[in-house]
Design a protein around this ligand. Structure first.
Ligand code: FES
Length: 172
């Protein structure tokens, strides 16, 4: 990805310039990483290099901080983010079977993205919908009372709508 000259990197540079005159560069690192992820959806290597250069912070330190916090994504997320709840209520109602079905279907594990860039699978602790357990959230939509078959059908639906260029809009 060519970062130089793109709108995101210019925004990031401006943001860093605004911080540079106030306090030690390292004290702003978390805020800068948040800003980077807000702009890109993850932390691209080129943006990390730009942070090192502009803020004069060693690359190793930046990567150390970025990998320490699970909040930060180091790889480009898929077009659809699946958060499968493995919290107690969902686990008791069969979340492990749902996970197995999703893994078999997409051939990815937690924290990974499918080769076609369509789905990223994340683990959630509780999505606040325990009454509908087991539950997964795709982007900002909750899908409850899942069975392995239902979960796979939902993923198939996303994939087929993607193929047709139709945006998915409804909960199941
Ligand atoms: S434990 Fe899964 S939604 Fe609460």
């Amino acid at each position: 990805m060519a970062v130089a000259g793109d709108q995101n990197i210019q925004t990031l540079q401006e943001y860093m310039r605004g911080l540079k005159s106030t306090g030690a560069p390292c004290s702003h690192l978390i805020a800068i990483l948040h800003k980077t992820q807000e702009l890109y959806g993850y932390l691209p290597r080129e943006a990390m290099d730009e942070i090192a250069l502009t803020m004069d912070i060693p690359r190793a330190h930046i990567w150390g901080v970025a990998t320490f916090y699970h909040y930060f994504n180091l790889t480009r997320p898929g077009r659809h983010s699946i958060a499968l709840c493995m919290g107690t209520a969902c686990f008791v109602k069969g979340a492990a079977d749902i996970l197995e079905a999703i893994k078999n279907k997409l051939n990815i594990d937690f924290g990974e993205t499918t080769g076609d860039g369509l789905f990223t699978l994340q683990q959630a602790r509780c999505l606040g919908a325990c009454g509908l357990a087991p539950v997964m959230m795709i982007n900002d939509k909750i899908y409850g009372s899942l069975t392995p078959e239902k979960a796979v059908a939902i993923l198939d639906d996303y994939a087929s709508r993607e193929k047709k260029g139709v945006l998915h809009t409804g909960n199941v």
